[in-house]
Design a protein around this ligand. Structure first.
Ligand code: 5PR
Length: 381
């Protein structure tokens, strides 16, 4: 970069996107402050799957070692329809990892703090201006060389910039739980099942209900219960234990635990913005590109874009920054646009029920390495 002074970034949102951008920028020499509306630093949600694209970024920001200490790579990704196995994909050559969201969050928070990031809980952000002014909820204003809106699907930073947004809702939605593994009880119910696999249990007839079973580590299991929003009984929280156990009797012990948790049903949605940047302000994560969960790439794309944004901003001089952010969006956004399109297609067609999903263009995002400086040359060659 051509500036010699230390540049300063203000970030709204201490979620996966905001903390990743913060750690990356701090490691690249910026001073960074992150504002988090919530009074406590923690994550919502249960478990998560990460792929090569985000694991590469976590390595660069110094969070991977801790992440690996309490996460796993299941032996296979199994898909069943009416409890009949459709596929058991071993995912050779695809790097992936399952874990709890709490563990990912903690790894990111530690890495950000180690890099020198200041994280301020209980600090709401009202909005930002293209020339680099951030306004806090308490009315204070702060100037920064770079502002990042990583403040989620309801982004106040985005809305303050009047960026046109298109939102598409899908008919399905999901409730997510973290429960104990119950290995012994599950093995008793189905001795031939490899209960370390991810198992995607689909039922389309007579009723659309699905459970995605994902071991997060040796002790904890992430289950996602999907039902159409129009199915009041299926989408109710806390879950209707009799309904779910009657359809998925082989998961009875984990469902009994899930039924004790309040839970929250999330309807799928895809949001697309006219632009991810305005002047010195950039948007990342769900603020920029909420997506359906099918590819498990919401957080992955958030981290990928957080990293590439930090690289682009660091390479630019202060006066070039707005143009550099636009160029970042031009080069990187198509990967996320395609992940959104593919995730939405899976959500709309429920095509995942047929298994055999990890092939061809469907693994493009999973395999992407956003930290490879030559990645675009290779693609063009
Ligand atoms: N993969 C993951 C996931 O959490 C979901 C899906 C796929 C890791 C649901 O939240 O297909 O909906 C999915």
């Amino acid at each position: 970069m051509s500036d010699t002074r230390t540049r300063h970034a203000e970030i709204s949102g201490a979620g996966f996107a905001g903390l990743t951008a913060a750690a990356a920028l701090a490691r690249m020499g910026w001073t960074v402050r992150v504002h988090e509306l919530a009074p406590e630093l923690r994550t919502e949600g249960a478990g998560i799957v990460l792929w090569n694209n985000s694991l590469q970024v976590l390595d660069k920001i110094g969070a991977l070692h801790d992440l690996m200490s309490d996460s796993m790579t299941p032996p296979a990704y199994e898909t069943r329809m009416n409890n009949v196995i459709q596929s058991q994909e071993v995912l050779d050559g695809i790097r992936w990892r399952t874990m709890t969201r709490a563990h990912l969050y903690n790894s990111l928070l530690v890495a950000a703090r180690e890099a020198g990031v200041e994280v301020v809980p209980g600090s709401g952000v009202a909005g930002a201006t293209p020339d680099g002014q951030l306004t806090l909820a308490n009315g204070d204003t702060i100037h920064a060389d770079l502002i990042i809106g990583a403040d989620g699907v309801g982004s106040a930073v985005r809305d303050s910039l009047d960026i046109p947004l298109n939102r598409q809702r899908s008919g399905d939605g999901i409730t997510r739980f973290l429960v104990p593994r119950h290995k012994a009880e599950l093995a008793e119910l189905e001795p031939d099942t490899q209960w370390d696999n991810v198992i995607d249990f689909w039922n389309l007839e007579p009723r659309v209900l699905r459970i995605l079973y994902t071991p997060a580590n040796e002790r904890e299991l992430y289950i996602a219960l999907m039902a159409p929003a129009a199915d009041a009984q299926g989408s109710k929280v806390p879950i209707d234990l009799d309904l779910w156990t009657s359809v998925f009797p082989q998961l009875a012990p984990v469902l009994a635990d899930a039924a004790t948790i309040p839970g929250r049903y999330y309807g799928y949605q895809t949001t697309r913005l006219e632009s991810w940047t305005r002047g010195k302000v950039a948007l990342i994560g769900d603020a920029a590109h909420a997506m359906c969960p099918a590819l498990a790439q919401g957080a992955g794309c958030a981290m990928q874009n957080a990293w590439t944004l930090a690289v682009a901003a660091t390479a630019a001089s202060d006066t070039d920054l707005p143009a550099a952010l636009q160029e970042w969006e031009r080069v990187e956004r198509p990967f996320t646009d395609r992940a959104q399109d593919r995730s939405q297609w899976f959500a709309d067609t429920r095509e995942m029920a047929n298994g055999n999903q990890f092939k061809g263009e469907m693994v493009e995002t999973a395999l992407y390495n956003p930290t490879d400086p030559n990645r675009h040359q290779e693609a063009a060659a």
